[in-house]
Design a protein around this ligand. Sequence first.
Ligand SMILES: Cc1cc2nc3c(=O)[nH]c(=O)nc-3n(C[C@H](O)[C@H](O)[C@H](O)COP(=O)(O)OP(=O)(O)OC[C@H]3O[C@@H](n4cnc5c(N)ncnc54)[C@H](O)[C@@H]3O)c2cc1C
Length: 416
Amino acid sequence: MPANKRVVILGGGIGGLEVATSLRHKRNVSVTLVDQNPVHIWKPALHEFAAGTIEHSGNLFSFIELSKRFGFDFIQSTPEAVERDKRQVRLANGQSIPYDYLIAALGARANDFGTRGAEEYCLFLNTLHDADTLHARFRDGLLNAKKTGKPLQFSIVGGGATGIQLAAELCQAVDSTPGLGVEARHSLLRPTLIEAMDRLIPAFPTSVSEEAKAELEKLGFDVITNDVVTQVDGDAIHLKSGRIIPSTLSIWAAGVKASQATSLFEGLELGRSGQLMVTPMLRATKDPSIFAIGDCARMEKDPVAPTAQAARQQGRYLGRIALPYLLTGRTPPSFSYQDRGAVVALGNYNAWGMWPSKKGFGGHGVGAYFARFIHEGLFRQHQYGLVGICKTLRVTLNEHFYHHADLVAPGTPSSR
Ligand SMILES: Cc1cc2nc3c(=O)[nH]c(=O)nc-3n(C[C@H](O)[C@H](O)[C@H](O)COP(=O)(O)OP(=O)(O)OC[C@H]3O[C@@H](n4cnc5c(N)ncnc54)[C@H](O)[C@@H]3O)c2cc1C
């Protein structure tokens, strides 16, 4: 019997976990997944975790449980070196794991483009820990505003999907907290959103950008476009135009750069934002035994935007097509991206979508409901694939009927 081929996946996010679960019934292969966290997170829900509008319990997935269910090995650690000559990865926990095929699915983080003071004074939203920190800081700021009568001046840098969705979700958390509500929100918050381009969510049609801006202004945001952050301090954000925005809670939600860990792949080609450059088969351009997918990869031909949709399709391609072909000695076809459109939701206030033809929909009535339905549906579909229909239904019903944000209750994030 031929020896099992060893597939090692670094990063169990949307793309990496898709590879591991897709290889479930494949023979002659052993799969090891390495992640720094004990739980898998649907990253597009991070802003909801940060606001507290969805709960931790039920929406985080233990890697240990998933590994038993889908038949892979899980190691909680981080890579320290990729020793390509020995075909092994050295981990921070001291283990070295050999591989025949190595998959980098390490994701990305926001990019502050070296802006002075950003790293020191801004909060980011890259990990669950970031979401917990943001939740605690927002709650403390709000409680302080309530106590002193001095509104919390907070700013979000970045008018892409992450920034505007976070903005709305924080408002929704205040609106739905017992004892607070819409009036309290208007008196307790002085929020600003800053975007360097001339419109919000530039990937969407102009009409959607304009409607999203109007919706945020209705929520009380001062929306600034076409201006660039030049410096961040502990109590203000400085703009290129000379404007200074008072801000004691500043959140950086702009730009994307690959996980720092891509620098461990010595000798491989990296893109401008640190992504591993890959061929149409998603193999590293300089090493065919290494693959890269999702936000930490960039295709040299026809690159795709760093989205959940792209990471998922790439993970599925590796797990269902490329690796099974290679394991049976065949040459796989190239990866082909299918654009299925996009959706963006401003909490329960409004939502829009964009068909693959780039035509927009939503903004009011049935269209907005439909866009919001798809937005949540993508998460629930992912959840269903991991934990089955019963748990997905139970969690979804709980979110809709019993859970509400509570920004006044004291408590550590982990007790949420
Ligand atoms: C707030 C927010 C909202 C978003 N909303 C949307 C949306 O509505 N639609 C959309 O399409 N996209 C959205 N995105 C983008 C989407 O989340 C990403 O494109 C997608 O998660 C990329 O998947 P991935 O598998 O490449 O990386 P990820 O899902 O980020 O997974 C990376 C994994 O690698 C692990 N990891 C990273 N570094 C290390 C290390 N050194 N050692 C070990 N493990 C490591 C991480 O723990 C994680 O599990 C959003 C992103 C954010 C932050």
